[in-house]
Design a protein around this ligand. Structure first.
Ligand SMILES: NC(=O)c1ccc[n+]([C@@H]2O[C@H](COP(=O)([O-])OP(=O)(O)OC[C@H]3O[C@@H](n4cnc5c(N)ncnc54)[C@H](OP(=O)(O)O)[C@@H]3O)[C@@H](O)[C@H]2O)c1
Length: 261
């Protein structure tokens, strides 16, 4: 694995670090001796993780309790990071919602758009600009395997994840000339709090978070996007071969079993 502190600098910013994949990114980057800025709404969770990581790894950890759906969240983030050299950004915070599109609450869907798309766009722009001027840095986008086909009954969530994948893939190419590595992680079902929040049944055979995060860190600087686990890689491969309407129909059948509809 890359020596992250030498390659990217001292500080990594991780959004959605209060649980699941974000908390695991924090643990694995702490083990790499990076100093961390942990962002999410649940301050108690962030503080607990920060205390544990400082104790175990002797690193600095700053906690920024923040709602990324707030229009001017970036002002708060900039205030907390003004004096820090952020070399690595993990745009991980996100959530899903299952159900019939027209029956779902539109305000909730709009918040999802803000957290899953608007926030990573603004964060990538703000810190990407600084990284480009320093001629080094890394950005990890977190998309999903659902970004390779439409997913009826989780329609808008899948659309937000396509946005993350294409934003990340485009930046992978554009930022190369500045020495900035970009990778997009496309996890399949992973054991986190995601399905509770999205109100879906847990997916049988979901992967634990550590190998999913390790795949992203291994791929940074080497690949434009990465999917962890053989089953997920195979599924993505087959999806790309199949007619799009067929993939959509299959996804709908799966969601009828897993979701509220
Ligand atoms: N688990 C899966 O099966 C799976 C599969 C594919 C992709 N993903 C993606 O992986 C990423 C991480 O999700 P996860 O699986 O780790 O789920 P999770 O355990 O529910 O974690 C989601 C994180 O996002 C944060 N978050 C949500 N809304 C936020 C807001 N308004 N402002 C700030 N932070 C917010 C949550 O923190 P607070 O609630 O404390 O704010 C939490 O830390 C997401 O982008 C998700 O789309 C997950």
């Amino acid at each position: 694995m890359t020596d992250f502190r030498n390659r990217y600098g001292a500080w990594a910013l991780i959004t959605g670090a209060s649980s699941g994949l974000g908390a695991e990114f924090a643990r694995q980057l702490a083990a790499q001796k990076l100093d961390l800025i942990l962002v999410a709404r649940r301050a108690d969770r962030l503080k607990e993780l920060a205390t544990a990581l400082k104790l175990e790894h002797g690193i600095q950890v700053k906690v920024v309790p923040l709602d990324l759906a707030k229009p001017n969240f970036i002002a708060t983030l900039k205030k907390h990071t003004a004096k820090l050299n952020i070399g690595l950004v993990v745009n991980n915070a996100g959530f899903g919602m299952s159900g019939e599109f027209t029956e779902n609450n539109l305000d909730y869907e709009l918040r999802m758009l803000d957290v899953n798309c608007r926030a990573p766009l603004i964060i990538a722009h703000e810190y990407g600009k600084i990284m480009a001027s320093h001629r080094r840095g890394g950005i990890i986008m977190v998309s999903s395997v659902v970004s390779f086909q439409a997913v009826p009954y989780m329609t808008h969530y899948a659309a937000t994840k396509v946005y993350d994948l294409l934003l990340g893939e485009g930046l992978w190419y554009e930022m190369k000339k500045y020495g900035v590595d970009v990778v997009t992680l496309c996890p399949g079902a992973t054991e986190t709090e995601f399905s509770n929040v999205a109100e879906t049944k847990p997916v049988p055979g979901a992967m634990p978070a550590p190998p999913v995060v390790a795949a992203a860190l291994d791929a940074l600087g080497h690949k434009p996007y990465v999917t962890a686990g053989f089953k997920n890689k195979f599924m993505v491969f087959m999806t790309r071969l199949a007619p799009r309407s067929m993939s959509t129909r299959i996804a709908a059948q799966i969601m009828k079993k897993l979701g509220r509809s």
